[in-house]
Design a protein around this ligand. Structure first.
Ligand code: NAP
Length: 304
């Protein structure tokens, strides 16, 4: 049986790392006019200060990449950048930016380009989510999730296209979810928002392919040590019961997601575009829809 890559629950770097891919996978070999030189790839990661995004930043940096990690809280991304630099020895630029605000995105991308001179990879990981039955969801709450997940993904992709990818090519990986594959209780907002991102992946892959831009979605299943699981998974007993009925009978970890994102962003996937890679241990195929969670939610709200 394949050995599971280790992980830690918190937003901390891994104490040890065993390479499965070539360590210089994200080094960039460029032919200069007079000599050959190595230049390193640069990844711009929204939501890179925590959870899955943090681990993606770490694994990318361990493979030779420099990163820009961007989210609303400067404190969060600054603390994360310190840890990432200390663990990997690569550069990491923390930036405060709301994916809903195009002027802030433009300023952040300008700053990243000033610092590194280029951006090769964009990971759209920023998202917001919570559990709520459709009948109790306010109009504003639905719109906020679509604003962050869907419109935010478009905003950042569009700015990067304009400022760098159109003329130099690039790779985009959108972090989505499996919620919409079958429809899931309490998740109409996030499922709809992520489904739109998966559609966007295909549209942009078709439109931007000729500019040598590859775009794919990666849909994680339930992942341990994340805010997503803490907020949405329910009680630990409920989480482990659900995990046990999935084909691999366990939760995934952040390193496993980061490895699959690394594959999609790397030259190993040079002919892969417009697709969605589900990385969930097969969970969406077998997990029962948790209608009891809906009933519990509705009865507890009724008591308020
Ligand atoms: P997380 O740690 O809460 O990551 C979300 C990140 O997005 C945070 O760093 C947050 O930072 C940032 N963010 C939120 N709103 C933003 C905004 N308006 N502008 C810029 N940044 C914003 O959660 P996670 O569980 O690791 O999830 C990461 C990604 O994986 C998400 O796309 C999620 O939908 C997806 N996913 C997760 C799971 C799971 O089991 N955890 C399963 C399926 C899919 P600030 O608060 O500083 O802005």
């Amino acid at each position: 049986m394949a050995q599971l890559p280790p992980d830690v629950e918190e937003d901390e770097c891994l104490p040890e790392y065993r390479y499965l891919f070539c360590p210089d996978l994200l080094h960039d070999l460029l032919k200069c006019h007079f000599f050959s030189c190595f230049r390193d790839k640069v990844a711009f990661i929204t939501g890179g200060g925590s959870g899955i995004g943090f681990r993606i930043a770490e694994i990318f940096m361990r493979h030779g990449c420099h990163t820009v990690i961007a989210s609303r809280s400067l404190l969060r991304v600054s603390m994360a950048a310190k840890k990432l630099i200390a663990a990997t020895g690569r550069q990491c630029l923390p930036l405060s930016m709301d994916v809903r605000a195009p002027p802030a995105i433009m300023a952040a991308v300008d700053q990243a380009l000033k610092e590194f001179g280029k951006i090769d990879i964009l990971i759209n990981g920023a998202a917001g989510n919570f559990l709520c039955p459709a009948s109790a969801l306010s109009f504003n709450a639905f719109r906020t999730v679509v604003d962050i997940d869907t419109i935010g993904t478009f905003n950042v992709s569009r700015v990067l296209y304009e400022k760098f990818f159109r003329d130099h090519g690039g790779v985009i990986v959108n972090i989505t979810a499996t919620l919409n594959l079958r429809g899931q209780v309490l998740q109409v907002h996030a499922g709809s928002a992520k489904a739109a991102v998966d559609a966007m992946t295909r549209h942009l892959a078709v439109e931007w392919g000729p500019q040598n831009i590859r775009i794919n979605s990666l849909a994680p299943g339930p992942i341990s040590g994340t805010e997503g699981l803490r907020r949405l998974g329910g009680s630990p007993a409920r989480v482990s019961t659900k995990a046990l009925v999935s084909p691999l009978q366990r939760l995934g970890n952040k390193t496993e997601i980061a490895h699959s994102v690394l594959y999609l962003a790397s030259p190993l996937a040079s002919f892969v575009t417009g697709t969605m890679l589900v990385v969930d241990g097969g969970a969406w195929l077998t997990s029962p829809n948790d209608t009891k969670q809906l009933a519990d939610f509705e009865s507890s709200s009724a008591k308020l």
